[in-house]
Design a protein around this ligand. Structure first.
Ligand code: URA
Length: 241
């Protein structure tokens, strides 16, 4: 990270120092709920600031050709402290026009799925493998993924979600470094590694909502719903019938 300030680290160090001296003064006394709440808020604010720094880098990025064909880069958005992070393939026309992820038809279906899980869009974080729209919505190219992936990797490290939901083959295969099909990968938890010595993040692969829209069968909808129910159960969240 070079000379850049790691805001999370600074906040963590500040809290650790504060805890050390508070613990010294109030030996044996539990921290109050208010002080815990204040600390949690500081950590989330630190994460939000780091994510915004990445978003700004993404908006300025010209590492690949998509930097010159996009209208807007789409860094991703949502809860900096999300327990669930959804990862799609790349922005489409609507996302390119607005600079926000999953706002077109596929996004509306994703919103419905999130709501059916008893959650709000603002509870989760939504991002993509590529931050800029490939012309004519063609598949991401390997060189584009190589240029862009570090942004997503950094976002995942900062948010530190409990579960990543990879939407579609491109997201699942890229994050798992796998050549298996989405049909083979979906429906079970995999492990996504953020780095040596760090515990893996659970990853559920499922069909992309754009694929669901094109193949809107009961069978496909049931499969996605089964996948999402596994995610909710893993997080000890209520699982709707
Ligand atoms: N499809 C994606 O993969 N990402 C978006 O943001 C929108 C549609």
């Amino acid at each position: 990270m070079g000379k850049e300030v790691d805001i999370s680290k600074v906040v963590r160090q500040h809290l650790e120092t504060e805890q050390f001296f508070t613990g010294f003064a109030l030996r044996g006394k539990a921290r109050t709920l208010e002080s815990q709440d204040r600390e949690d808020k500081m950590v989330v604010a630190g994460k939000a600031a780091e994510l915004e720094k990445i978003a700004e880098e993404v908006r300025q990025c010209c590492k690949c050709d998509l930097g010159s064909s996009r209208t807007n880069a789409v860094p991703g958005e949502g809860n900096p402290d999300a327990r669930i992070m959804f990862v799609g393939e790349a922005p489409g026309a609507d996302e390119d026009a607005q600079g926000r992820p999953f706002v077109g038809r596929a996004g509306q279906l994703l919103d419905k799925i999130i709501n059916a899980c008893g959650l709000k869009r603002s509870d989760v974080f939504i991002g993509n493998i590529l931050k800029c729209r490939p012309p004519e919505n063609r598949d991401p190219r390997a060189d584009e993924i190589i240029s862009c992936l570090p942004y997503l990797q950094r976002q995942i490290e900062i948010i530190d979600p409990e579960i990543i939901v990879a939407l579609g083959a491109h997201a699942a295969k890229t994050l798992l470094n796998s050549t298996k099909s989405i049909g083979q990968l979906r429906g079970q938890f995999h492990e996504y590694y953020t780095g040596i010595g760090r515990p893996p993040v659970k990853l559920m692969a499922t069909y992309h909502t754009a694929y669901l829209l094109r193949n809107y069968s009961q069978e496909n909808r049931r499969k996605v719903w089964e996948d999402m129910k596994k995610v909710l159960a893993e997080l000890d969240l209520p699982v709707p019938k």
